[in-house]
Ligand binder design. Structure first.
Ligand SMILES: [Zn+2]
Length: 370
């Protein structure tokens, strides 16, 4: 599993390329009707042409994507240039499609890294233990096999042999129970090590309920508050089924996390475009932003100062006098959040969170330091 830190470094190095670089975000999500029959290959070909990407590079990108019959991702992020750069990332999230030949465009990728925290899932019963990590993105050259929903399995090797025999209700299994306990204790420590190493901040425990409860009690303290869910799962189920369950739990936990963020903003935050941009850009007191993914708005931007200009008619920058341009608000938010060190959560779909954000907060809001 490529660590978030390594990915961050790789992305930073792409961003520092002088260009021109091809930056492409291609939707390959098989669940989206527009992608039936791999029609994204046609969109890619047209876009590469439209952007004026050199023919040789076009061919290389096309060959790579055509060979991939099951991309195992929702979005492919492709970076390539004529000096040998050829990086492909698999995103387990839907990112709006875009193609650019010019300056490297890595903001959406950075956003995915920031926004979608890796989840860990410890799946166990009395005899078995498996640890899965789901990351929002992985490099195409990852050494580990990608399973359903972007999960990959991390090998965990306890020093003791796995306890065998003895069911929970077996009167003779007292010794086995003691064995299970010490087995769990060691697994707890191994889980802590893997969790820290993989940068996992949110942990799911899955298995028979009495087992996950027991395992949770034996977990090292520093791991206790990372547990976001316990889920009753039968380890005898097919792996695909287990991973679907884990993905459903992860989505529920993410929904809860965003709901809590919005509740906190309601208590002590800023809301609406004007107030939020001022607090973020001028007062530098926003540390966590929430914005609707489908924000249709546009805003003026000064390239020279890297500042949003709130006067939509202001063709000249009030700071430096240079010409401004109009940009999609979402792009500007990504840039501003990166520059000010604020975390940015986009909220998409249709649920109570998007309702709150749209109807109560005007589409954008932020949590403030003071
Ligand atoms: Zn300016």
């Amino acid at each position: 599993m490529a660590r978030a830190q390594d990915l961050r470094q790789a992305i930073t190095s792409v961003a520092s390329r002088p260009g021109p670089v091809l930056s492409a975000y291609l939707s390959v999500n098989a669940d989206i009707p527009e992608n039936q029959g791999r029609t994204y290959l046609v969109r890619l070909r047209d876009a590469l042409n439209d952007e004026g990407v050199p023919e040789e590079l076009q061919q290389r990108v096309r060959e790579y994507t055509e060979d991939e019959t099951h991309p195992g991702a929702r979005t492919l992020a492709i970076f390539a240039d004529e000096d040998g750069l050829f990086e492909i990332y698999r995103l387990q999230v839907d990112v709006s499609e875009s193609f650019r030949w010019g300056d490297p465009y890595v903001a959406p990728l950075m956003l995915v890294l920031d926004e979608y925290e890796p989840y860990g899932a410890a799946v166990l019963d009395a005899e078995r233990f498996r640890y899965f990590v789901v990351s929002p993105l992985s490099s195409a050259h990852g050494e580990e096999e990608m399973k359903a929903n972007g999960f990959s399995e991390v090998d965990v090797h306890p020093s003791e042999p796995y306890p065998r025999g003895g069911t929970d209700f077996d009167a003779e299994s007292r010794r086995t129970e003691a064995h299970v306990h010490s087995f769990y204790k060691e697994l707890g420590e191994l889980t802590r090590d893997v969790t820290f190493r993989e940068g996992v901040r949110r942990l799911i425990l899955a298995g028979p309920r009495e087992r996950t409860a027991e395992f949770r009690r034996t977990l090292p303290n520093e791991l206790q508050d990372r547990v976001v869910a316990e889920e009753h799962v039968d380890l005898g189920s097919p792996e695909g089924e287990i991973l679907d369950r884990l993905e459903a739990v992860r989505e529920r936990a993410e929904h809860e996390r965003k709901k809590e963020l919005l509740d906190e903003i309601r208590e002590s935050g800023v809301r609406g475009l004007d107030e939020t941009v001022v607090a973020l850009q001028e007062e530098n007191r926003v540390y966590h932003l929430a914005a609707l993914w489908e924000l249709e708005a546009e805003i003026r931007w000064c390239d020279n100062d890297q500042l949003a200009i709130r006067e939509i008619t202001g063709e000249e920058c009030p700071c430096c006098g240079q010409k401004t341009r109009v940009r999609p608000l979402t792009d500007v938010l990504v840039d501003l959040a990166a520059a000010r060190g604020a975390r940015l959560d986009f909220v998409l779909g249709e649920d109570e969170n998007t309702d709150t954000l749209r109807d109560e907060f005007g589409g954008i809001a932020g949590l403030t330091r003071f």
